[in-house]
Structures are given as C-alpha cells and as structure tokens.
Design a protein around this ligand. Structure first.
Ligand code: 13P
Length: 254
C-alpha cells in the first residue's frame, strides 16, 4: 500500500518570518490528519528555522534543489550533506530549474545520485512542454527524462516521482485526472521496465500542475496517482489543508 503524499513546493516565496507564520497557522490542523504524508518545501533560508518548529509535528520537510558536489568552491550552492541534516526530501529536476537554470538530464542524474548517497529522498520532477504535448510526444519525453535521470541508479531508496506537465504549472490549466492517471500509469510501467514490478508497484508518483482544493479530488480518485506536488495553493493555509484533508478521505490507508 502506497502512503499518499501532499507536498507543497513554496518555490521562491516567503521570507523566514512569513514561512514561520504559515507553518504556525497550518501545523495544528495538519497534525490531525495521520494517513497522508504532509511535506513542505520552503526556501533554503527557512529550512533550519522550520525544522525546529515542526520537531514535534508530523509535517515533513523538503528542500527545492541541491548541488551535486559534497563541498568545495561552488559559490552560492547548497550541498547534499548540508541538507541531509535538515530535511528528508529534496525536489530535483523541477521544470523551472530545467528552463531557467539550464538543468540537463545529466545534471539531474548527478543530483539524484548525490541526494541518494546521503539518504535524502528525491522528488524527481518530469513532464512535457506544451508543444511536446500537442505533438503527441508526452510519453516519449517522460520516458526519456526518466531514463536519463535514473541512469546508473541501482537503488531508488524512497525516491518519488512527480509528473508535472509544464503547461499545467502555474497556469490554472491543470491536466484532467484521467490524463494524469494515464501518463502516471505509463511512468509506472517504465519504472517496471528499468527496475522491476515490485519497485514499480511501491514507488509513489505524484501529480503536479495547478492543483487546488477545487480539483484535488479529481486527481486523488485516480488509482495511479499517489498524491500531489502543489505550488501556488500550498502557500495558502486553507487551500493546503483542504487538499490534504480531501486526500485523506479519498485515499484512506488500509
Ligand atoms: P502550481 O501548483 O502553482 O501550478 O505549481 C506546480 C509546481 O510546479 C509544483 O512543483
């Protein structure tokens, strides 16, 4: 049985003070829900403070990126070792990093390997762009992203995948539940091809892209979708709580 997960990717939003306020507002209510993994991924600068705030809470913490080297002369970068102390998850290969920071499949692959080496659980993001979708290339693109991201990785060790069609991110134009389920089912079959059936059955695959309290149920009702990676709506306490609550109702842990 895969435990559902709702993860909030706060992106480049919130000062430390705002991050603290948001966590304090959500903490108590989120703690009442026990059958869903609740993860928040604030900016790097808030991780240490929030880690203290959620010490006694069931909320889990993730980072939004890392650099693959352990340490050294890489001004401005954050290493896996630094994060391993602070959080459990790390988003890797988000389309915004691929688009604005030139992250290639090879870089994503190195980052995945570096995260796993220090037992950080990567949330690997893959997804097609609009023109690729319109050209009917969705499966080709996600299969290629999966191949390159996971090249040479033998042990997935808690790695999750987030299917985030780029055209659905921040646009208010989410995929339909059915579309997302179909692609996620394809991704799962590819995990079976790359690894084995057991790993494919156990790996958690999330949907991301314009998820809100209004459409969360549509995604959670789909059998292949194990949760969501939420951007904008994760910055509003009532929205995030509603998405988590609906997930707990629709996907009760057996
Ligand atoms: P939105 O939910 O704002 O569309 O962002 C999705 C996303 O990129 C999560 O990583």
């Amino acid at each position: 049985m895969r435990v559902p997960m709702i993860a909030g990717n706060w992106k480049m939003n919130t000062t430390v003070g705002e991050a603290v306020d948001l966590v304090k507002t959500m903490r108590k209510n989120l703690d009442k829900i026990s059958n869903v993994d609740k993860v928040i991924c604030p900016p790097f600068v808030s991780l240490a403070t929030i880690r203290e705030l959620i010490k006694k809470s069931s909320i889990k913490l993730g980072a939004q990126n890392l650099y693959f080297a352990e340490k050294g002369a890489y001004t401005g970068e954050i290493s896996p070792l630094m994060l391993a102390d602070l959080c459990e998850f790390v988003i890797i290969g988000h389309s915004e990093r691929r688009q604005y920071f030139n992250e290639t499949g090879e870089i994503v692959n190195q980052k995945i390997a570096a995260a796993l080496k220090v037992s950080l659980k990567p949330i690997l993001c893959i997804g097609e762009r609009l023109e690729e979708n319109e050209a009917g290339k969705t499966e080709e693109v996600v299969a290629e992203q999966l191949n390159s991201s996971l090249a040479g990785i033998d042990d997935l060790n808690g790695l999750l995948i987030a299917y985030e069609p780029v055209w659905a991110i921040g646009t208010g134009k989410a995929a339909t539940g059915e579309q997302a389920n179909e692609t996620i089912s394809f991704i799962r079959r590819n995990v079976a091809r790359l690894y084995d059936d057991k790993i494919a059955r156990e790996i958690r695959i999330l949907y991301g892209g314009s998820v809100t309290s209004a459409n969360a149920a549509e995604f959670m009702q789909q059998p292949e979708i194990d949760g969501a990676l939420v951007g904008g709506a994760s910055l509003k306490d009532t929205e995030f709580l509603s998405i988590v609550t609906q997930t707990a109702v629709i996907k009760p842990r057996k």
